[in-house]
Design a protein around this ligand. Structure first.
Ligand code: AKB
Length: 348
């Protein structure tokens, strides 16, 4: 029976990989993630581009392997190993993990909410089949895994204020459906095969280095570029749309702190609620106006992205992350705005 279940589930698209679950290839439960040889998927994306560089600085440039389906020629390719490959290509993924003795995977390759809604089949293919490949590789090679979930894993039936760690999850977007399914799959691989999978439910992420693409919370990044360039921003969400947000340095810190936390302290493991601030476009604009008084904001609401935002929580309760592995954000709204304006100015 142990042998039949995974064979049945994966047989349609896994080829050339040993699927049998024997004592030899079943990972043992570990209490400490190695982080000696690290793979980052989706490395050119908003999180990946910064996480790869942070991990290279911390664990050695040659020990962090970056992959993305886009060819790249920038600090990612110049500072360490970079491979152009799609996470849906299981044998290529397997080769890289095997040849480089990877022990930890940060799996960031994913379509975001708004673009996923335009291409639901592709979103399922990339987000789910990509994750299934990565989980299977982690099982085979005994790697630990970081998987980012999102506020999108909740839906309209979830309490939107002080959203509990464990609560109803009935998302209405395809992106949210792939995130809940991803959380469950990671739990499944932990319980069934002992894969040390850990993860966070990220809120909207704000960063100055790489722009997000196709997300609903992207306005909170775009607004800074517009404020510097033209002192005006036209927002695609309503003025009063309150959402959880986090500045990228905190997002990177959360991922690395969770992966290096003592496994014995983790009751939840996957899908920890984490937040740093919660604001509306109007409140963000008011904070920017403290630095750029002439800045103005108008609203031209995009019904698709507004409906997505309206289905997400306003403010999550992240006490499980605080208690189980010591999560604390460093940046609140005023500190984030000050730093973003400094950084975006220096790039412009
Ligand atoms: C998106 O807007 O799709 C993402 C997310 C909240 O997961 N930033």
């Amino acid at each position: 029976m142990q042998e039949q279940l995974p064979r049945f589930i994966f047989s349609s698209y896994l080829r050339g990989v040993n699927l049998s679950v024997t004592p030899e290839n079943q990972p043992k439960k570990i209490t400490k993630v190695q982080m000696k040889k690290i793979l980052v998927t989706g490395a050119t994306g908003q999180i990946g581009s910064e996480l790869t560089m942070t991990l290279r600085n911390r664990y050695g440039a040659d020990n962090v392997f970056a992959i993305d389906k886009k060819p790249a020629l920038n600090e990612l390719t110049q500072s360490g190993p970079y491979y152009c490959l799609d996470v849906r290509d299981l044998s290529a993924l397997n080769r890289i993990v095997e040849n480089n003795h990877v022990d930890t995977v940060f799996h960031l390759a994913s379509l975001l909410s708004a673009v996923a809604e335009q291409k639901p089949q592709q979103a399922w293919d990339i987000n789910m089949n990509g994750l299934m490949n990565v989980l299977e590789i982690c099982r085979q090679h005994r790697c630990a895994l970081f998987f980012p979930s999102s506020i999108a894993a909740f839906g309209t039936e979830t309490p939107s204020m002080d959203t509990p760690q464990d609560t109803i999850q009935r998302p209405t977007t395809i992106y949210g459906i792939t995130k809940v399914s991803g959380e469950l799959l990671c739990d499944y691989y932990y319980h069934r095969f002992g894969v040390d999978a850990r993860g966070l439910r990220y809120p909207g992420l704000i960063s100055s280095k790489t722009k997000p693409g196709g997300g609903t919370t992207d306005y909170a990044v775009d607004i800074f570029y517009a404020a510097i360039k033209s002192q005006h921003y036209e927002c695609f969400l309503r003025a009063d749309t309150q959402l959880d947000m986090m500045y990228m340095p905190d997002a990177l810190d959360a991922a690395i702190t969770l992966m290096t936390a003592d496994s014995a302290q983790l009751k939840h493991r996957n899908a920890f609620n984490v937040t740093a601030m919660s604001f509306t476009p109007q409140q963000l604009a008011a904070e920017i106006q403290k630095h750029i008084p002439e800045f103005t904001i108008t609203y031209d609401v995009d019904p698709l992205r507004q409906a997505i935002a309206d289905s997400w929580p306003r403010h999550m309760n992240d006490s499980a992350a605080r208690t189980e592995w010591g999560w604390r954000a460093q940046f609140d709204l005023p500190a984030m705005v000050k730093d973003m304006l400094l950084n975006v100015r220096s790039f412009s």
